[in-house]
Write a protein that binds this ligand. Structure first.
Ligand code: MN
Length: 235
């Protein structure tokens, strides 16, 4: 039995099937404690709840629902529950890929960054909405078996995206560019008041740059992208 301590979180909420799947696979590698939002918090990035109280609901079996953000979950998990830095912080598996500039909006990726800031080895894990977990499982298992031996400088996390269908293999990939169509729809509620809806029906468009995460994950590969906390440009 491993004595690793593994903190699990996500941005889709504690009851998301992707988290349950990740917990099942991760439990082969150590003790898994899941602290995740009590609702879907996708797209909330690194938001911190600084102006309100937070509550944790103990659901038993090392599972906790938190009424805060994914980053709140990592902080509370480490500082209030575990009492020590976990060996791994795993975030996911997100319902939907996190490619290109998605990583700036993603709560999944933000939670992994927070894990790294707290001193843990950290990864953000996402899968295509049509991915089949039975096919993802052996690739996830292989990654978790090997990632401690992958050399990564400080302040880096792994961003993984699992494709739909049978994966062709792992691809080390760079970050692609995504075009946001930034559709903001103006609608009217039943009482005649205006409201707005961000999104629309236009899906994301990726540049599909050779060697990028989008080219890999949308082409059937498991994309592995090291992301850095320090975003400053160096000549
Ligand atoms: Mn999500």
């Amino acid at each position: 039995m491993h004595d690793r301590l593994i903190l699990l979180t996500n941005d889709d909420g504690l009851w998301a099937p992707g988290l349950e799947f990740l917990a099942r696979v991760a439990s082969r590698f150590g003790r898994v404690v899941a602290v995740a939002p009590d609702r879907n918090r996708s797209g909330i990035s690194s938001a911190l709840s600084l102006h309100g109280i937070l509550r944790l609901q103990d659901l038993g079996g090392d599972r906790y629902a938190c009424d805060g953000t994914p980053v709140d979950c990592v902080l509370l998990g480490i500082r209030a529950l575990l009492g020590r830095t976990p060996d791994w912080v795993l975030s996911g598996l997100n319902h939907g890929l996190n490619l290109g500039e998605d990583v700036f909006y993603s709560g999944t990726v933000a939670a992994a960054f927070e894990g790294r800031l707290q001193g843990s080895r950290a990864a953000a894990l996402s899968m295509h909405p049509e991915a089949d977990t039975a096919r993802v499982e052996p690739w996830l298992q292989t990654f978790l078996e090997r990632w401690e031996s992958l050399e990564l400088p400080e302040n880096r996390i792994w961003n993984l995206n699992f494709p739909k269908g049978e994966a062709k293999g792992f691809r080390l990939a760079l970050q692609d560019n995504r075009t946001y169509h930034d559709v903001v729809e103006r609608r009217e509620d039943p009482r005649g008041k205006t409201y707005y809806w961000i999104g629309g029906n236009v899906g994301p468009t990726y540049a599909m740059t050779p060697g990028s995460d989008a080219e890999a994950a949308l082409g059937g590969w498991v994309s592995l992208t090291p992301l850095r906390l320090d975003m400053a440009w160096r000549a």
